[in-house]
Design a protein around this ligand. Structure first.
Ligand code: 4NP
Length: 159
């Protein structure tokens, strides 16, 4: 059976999208759906390619039981738009970059991740890179909420 592909995208692929990948994978495994959903993350920029997540990302995720230490950053490519079913941007800037990158026929796959958690009042996951620990905690809060909404939506589509 073909797996549904979900790609999380931010700027550097060392703060927000690795958290989204780790948190969503954790929830998908807890739901027993890992054979049905393929999960990855990438960044629109190249600077951090090959690097592990930011130490603050690893630490705040680990404190909530999510291990993202083995992830490595990579840049998103046009091929990703062909291969994934859902390409979820952390903020509007990432969203716009993905629209520019995507072949026109695949643009419908691109959305803001926070659309899956409208009750939070956030439309974007704010970039924590120049922030402090509270900004990284906020990334975890928002990502956990949107991951729950996304999983609920995909469960409905898979069953
Ligand atoms: P991310 O955070 O997009 O959530 O991975 C950032 C990481 C690095 C930079 C900016 C944002 N940077 O400017 O290097």
């Amino acid at each position: 059976m073909r797996r549904t592909g979900v790609l999380f995208v931010c700027l550097g692929n060392i703060c927000r999208s690795p958290v989204a990948e780790g948190v969503f994978r954790h929830k998908v495994m807890a739901a027993g759906l890992e054979s049905r959903i393929h999960i990855d993350s990438a960044g629109t920029g190249t600077w951090h390619a090959g690097k592990p997540p930011d130490p603050r990302t690893i630490r705040t995720a680990a404190a909530r039981g999510f291990d993202v230490s083995t992830l490595r950053a990579r840049q998103v490519s046009a091929t990703d738009l062909l291969q994934f079913d859902h390409v979820l941007a952390m903020d509007r800037s990432n969203h716009d970059a993905l629209l520019r990158l995507s072949p026109p026929a695949h643009r419908h796959k691109i959305a803001l991740f926070m659309e899956y958690a409208p009750h939070t009042g956030f439309r974007e996951v704010p970039d924590p890179y120049y922030g402090d620990d509270s900004d990284f905690e906020q990334v975890l809060d928002l990502v956990e909420a949107a991951a729950d909404g996304l999983l609920a939506r995909l469960k409905g589509q898979l069953s």
